[in-house]
Design a protein around this ligand. Sequence first.
Ligand code: CMX
Length: 136
Amino acid sequence: MQLTHIEHIGIAVKSIDDARKYYENVLGLTCYKIEEVADQKVKTAFFKVGDTKIELLESTNPEGPVGKFIEKKGEGIHHIAFAVKGIDGAIEHLLSNGVQMIDQKSRKGAEGLDIAFLHPKSSMGVLTEICEDINK
Ligand code: CMX
């Protein structure tokens, strides 16, 4: 399995409109995209920091994964996403090493990436995503 870099860090926020003021006005980053991912019940906002992105996640439904996370834990780091070469092979590798996968097959996520989530119980409490940009 070949991880190339941290593709993004997902941060759960109550309001993208409020949170982006800190990322833009204080940290000096630029929001280059806002995208709703309907099946994940989130709105996302992206900022680039070198090769890595910050993905702000605002829930659009309290029953969605980010809505439930904020209800239980409040705002904060929600997941880490690694870019991988060959996501299908990586999923096979993880499964054969006993990792519990939330997604047994890759699916389309924000920014058109192929993504799959590992269950946090298999990764020391850190919700982890692997993703691949097939256009790169
Ligand atoms: N990080 C670490 N642990 C988490 C977590 C997170 N982000 N979200 C939930 N958990 C933990 C909970 O604390 C709980 O632990 P305990 O059993 O010790 O209390 C356990 O996982 C179960 O939590 P839950 O609230 O009952 O939630 P569910 O089982 O319904 O779902 C999870 C948890 C991780 C399977 C679900 O959130 C999921 O499928 N996530 C992947 C998809 C996702 O997060 N999408 C949003 C981002 C989309 C994007 O980036 O575009």
